[in-house]
Every structure is written in structure tokens, then in C-alpha cells.
Ligand binder design. Structure first.
Ligand code: MN
Length: 340
């Protein structure tokens, strides 16, 4: 079981002035309310609110959201009353706990896939405080991490709902790491055969690709070392579900999708991005029509980066993403970074 000290530590790194007393009181209250309850996994129920609070601290949210993480299931699943929570923790925390409890009620009503868009809109409209949705995403993330303990039919239902409602919400709010984890785990439960197949094939090809990319990464690093000191060059993380989506959407085979290798460059300052792009294009020939400037024209969720595809040694395409450190934080953390 995760210890409350871990949560406190994570919180304090981001907010040295955080109100830790409230977090400890929320922990004590949740421990008392959930006493004796168990999760499907057999572990004490309290572990769930603790994990949710920890995810919220990792999202770099403050003591209010972290306390709500600890309290989020007390109204729904225990004898705790709204009056108690309002009296002990105040209106701000109560307001968010109440919002989360109301969202949980919508979710338990059955829904069909074609209604997903309406439900997403309803959730966005209902949550006057965006932190309600952030807590709900953390809750869903931990439920997906522990989905193995539920019956197969229930697993599929929750995975489908995650894919239809919660991953798009995470995307809409620009929280890429949560969107990716939700999609990959929902993918695993919904289409286990396809998931295992793609994962195996990615792993098999990985070694050859890494050997190939090392040459390019080294060459770029060397060139940037003097031009843009402090720029980082690395391979890109793999996302199984997006490979699967591209195979279906473009009706192409795994080899064609996974043919494009990726390199990501993170620069210290925004202004460096175009300098890096110029340097890369002077080193390798760009593929025509592949340059996308999401810095001048950010995506709807505020995503910013330059994308270009270059022709690597032996004629292989390599996609290069260029962004500054500031943009990188916003790409991964989305609205949570703005909130801070
Ligand atoms: Mn929960």
C-alpha cells in the first residue's frame, strides 16, 4: 500500500508552501470512512484514494486537489455526509468532491457509443471547476491500472468507456501522458490479440531501429552541441494504440505504419526551435509536404511543436519533433500545467 508520506513528498516538491495539515486530515478522515472496505483485488479500499491522490500530486496539482483525491469516494461509498466534509474541509474542497460524486453517477448510467460525444460535453459543462475532471481522470487511471481484478465483461465495458469518454477528455485538456496510458491499457483489454501482436512486433523491430537511430541522434547531437547548448535529443516513446489506429484508418500494414521512426528534440528556449529546424534540413533532405508548424498554429488543445520528416541514411523516413522545454511540459501536462 502506498504511504501518505510519498504523496506529501511529491506535493512538497512542487509546492513548498502547501497546506500539508489539510492533506493529513483528509487522509485520516478517508482512512476512518473506508475502514474495513476492500477493493476487488482484496487490498484495503484506502489504497485506491491514496493512489488517486498520488497521481494528482504527480500531475503537479496542489493540496486542494490532492485532498479531494483522498476524499473522492467517501460520499459515494461510505457513510460520510456532505455536512461533515463541508465542515471539516471547507467549501472549496467540498465543491470538488461533490462534482466528482455527481460525475460518478452519470458514468454508472448505461451509455451507448454514439452518446459518447454528448457525455463528454455534459461532463465538461457540469464541471464548473476543471479540477473535478482532473480528479476524475486520476480516478479512472487508477481503476484502469487495477482492471485485471474485475470480471471480463466488466473489464470490456470500463475499457470501452475509457476509450470513448476519458481518453478524449485527457486529450482535450492536453494531458498527453494520461491520454496515452488510458488508450494503451483500454486497447489491451478490448483487443488483446491485436495488442499483443503489435507489442511483439514493436519489440522485435526495436533493436534494429535503435541501432539505425543512434547514428542520426549522434549526428544531430554533435551539430547542436555548439549551435544550441542544452538541447536534448532522444528517441520518441512508442504508443501501441496509435499504431493500431493508423493501421485501421489508413488501411495499411504494421510495417508501413511503424516504418516511420521518430526523434524528439527539446530546446532550452522557444526561439531555438526554428534554428534547429534549419540545421536539421541542412543535414538531411526533408520529405515534401510533411512540415507542420504547430508553434505558429497550435492544435486546439494548445499542443505546440514543429514536425518534419527527413530522409535518413538508406532512404528511410524519420519524423523529427522539435519543441522547447516549456512547450514540452505543456504537451505532457496540458491544462494541469496552465492551472499551476
Ligand atoms: Mn474512485
Amino acid at each position: 500500500m502506498i504511504r501518505p508520506e510519498f504523496i506529501i513528498e511529491e506535493l512538497r516538491v512542487n509546492f513548498p508552501e502547501a497546506d500539508l495539515d489539510t492533506v493529513w486530515r483528509a487522509y485520516a478522515f478517508a482512512a476512518q470512512c473506508h475502514r474495513g472496505q476492500k477493493r476487488s483485488s482484496g487490498e484495503p479500499y484506502l489504497n485506491h484514494p491514496l493512489e488517486v491522490a498520488y497521481i494528482l500530486a504527480q500531475m503537479k496539482l496542489g493540496h486542494v486537489s490532492v485532498s479531494v483525491g483522498l476524499l473522492h469516494d467517501t460520499i459515494e461509498d461510505t457513510l460520510a455526509t456532505p455536512e461533515q466534509i463541508r465542515e471539516m474541509f471547507g467549501d472549496e474542497i467540498w465543491g470538488i468532491v461533490d462534482g466528482v460524486t455527481k460525475l460518478t453517477k452519470i458514468e454508472t448510467a448505461t451509455y451507448e457509443e454514439r452518446q459518447a460525444e454528448n457525455i463528454r460535453k455534459m461532463i465538461l459543462a457540469m464541471a464548473k471547476d476543471i479540477r473535478v475532471i482532473l480528479v476524475k481522470l486520476a480516478d479512472r487511471l487508477h481503476n484502469m491500472r487495477t482492471l485485471a481484478y474485475l470480471k471480463p465483461a466488466k473489464q470490456k465495458q470500463i475499457a470501452q468507456e475509457t476509450l470513448d469518454i476519458y481518453a478524449p477528455l485527457a486529450n482535450r485538456l492536453g494531458i498527453n501522458w494520461i491520454k496515452s496510458e488510458l488508450e494503451n491499457s483500454a486497447f489491451m483489454y478490448l483487443w488483446p490479440v491485436e495488442y499483443a501482436d503489435i507489442k511483439n512486433r514493436v519489440n522485435q523491430l526495436e533493436e534494429a531501429r535503435e541501432t539505425y537511430l543512434v547514428g542520426i541522434v549522434d549526428a544531430i547531437r554533435e551539430r547542436l552541441a555548439t549551435a544550441i547548448p542544452g538541447a536534448e535529443v532522444k528517441g520518441r516513446p512508442k504508443h501501441y494504440f496509435s499504431i493500431y489506429q493508423k493501421m485501421g484508418r489508413q488501411k495499411i500494414g504494421f510495417e508501413e505504419v511503424y516504418d516511420v521512426m521518430g526523434v524528439r528534440i527539446v530546446t532550452p528556449a522557444d526561439a531555438d526551435c526554428y534554428t534547429v529546424l534549419g540545421l536539421i534540413h541542412s543535414m538531411y533532405k526533408p520529405v515534401p509536404g510533411k512540415l507542420k508548424d504547430y508553434i505558429a498554429l497550435p492544435k486546439a488543445n494548445m499542443y505546440q511543436s514543429l514536425h518534419t520528416t527527413i530522409v535518413g541514411p538508406g532512404g528511410k523516413p524519420v519524423e523529427i519533433q522539435i519543441r522547447s522545454r516549456r512547450m514540452h511540459v505543456f504537451c505532457e501536462e496540458g491544462i494541469a500545467a496552465h492551472w499551476r
